[in-house]
Design a protein around this ligand. Sequence first.
Ligand code: LLP
Length: 385
Amino acid sequence: MITKQQVEAFGSIETPFYFYDMDLLRQTLDTYKAQIDKYGYNAHYALKANANDRILDTIRSYGLGADCVSGNEVKLAVRSGFDPQKVVFAGVGKSDKEIKAALRAGIFSFNCESVPEIKIINDLAAGMGKKARISIRVNPDIDAHTHKYISTGLKENKFGISPWAFQEVARLLSCCKNIEFLGLHFHVGSQITELPVFALLCRRIEELQKWFIEHEIPIRNLNLGGGLGINYQDPNGDPVAHFEDYFNIIHKHLVVRPGQNVHFEPGRALVGQCGHLISRVLYVKVGREKKFAILDAGMNDLIRPALYQAYHDIENLTSTGRKLRYDVVGPVCESSDCWGTRRMISACKRGDLFAIHSAGAYGQVMAMKYNQRDLAKAVYSDDLK
Ligand code: LLP
């Protein structure tokens, strides 16, 4: 919830900008940390969701590791003080340069997404006189019931290694001398709000790990990835993701053998609700059939509505008066630059401040300069106190 004092402080800041409620971030992390500590689980924050220095500092201070998907993310994580021993590195297309950088950094695990990748990591590690710790990212063929662009666990998706290739994986593991095998990795999609999906994942993990155990390949680690969704419909009423329900389900359904460690890679659920895109109304255009509220923030600042038809709650921060129906749009020359149609919002005028909520994850990191627009800056609640 953005406070009155914060709205007052926004008056002197150039819009659009990202506003981060650091108290909410800490509250979310407190809740998350209590849950993982309760079960003795390990967590690696998915940097791709938000990589701002201040956000990374805060998350690192809770003792989390980092989940990276590029060489530059690995470098950033290490530079930001994350313990390399807690850095995992996934992605279907790791380049030689990226693999070498990660080997040099001494990361905890490469999450390997294909059979040829295992071989290349082994060869590059051999060339550097090192041993690479790897996990196998398995494609479990599970429907995460989320938008198809952010579903990753179905057999038609490019991610992970399919069970039919396990024989080949086993052969490689036995002959690659510069590889140390840690276990299995999964990530079936993002913004998953149907919790039974995670129960299904746990049952599938048990089936899949049995294959390795039967073939006398020990599984020391199980990494369940990220994916827990947040409430985009009601961010003010439901600001902290439902970690307790999530971990309850996992604890109930995941078979953990003695000596095994369980890992997670949360992204959105940690940072999604603490970020808001703050914008000003430039014009109200009244047509015969509808009213447009035209904002100074566009799809280049936050691409989720244009890319995934994502819903973000929109609030007029300047007025709490009578609500009218608006199509809220941005200034970019694309019809998909639309924040929402037929939204009921307090009657607005030029200069009113609007908040586009739940913008902390996959917002600023995905921003671009399309139309040669400036990149929106970050403002942190701690600095307004
Ligand atoms: N682990 C892996 C291997 C991943 O690929 C991802 C996200 C995560 C963890 C973190 O997932 P999360 O907890 O945030 O759901 N740009 C899209 C989301 C893409 C997610 C990519 N992978 C969006 O704006 O919805």
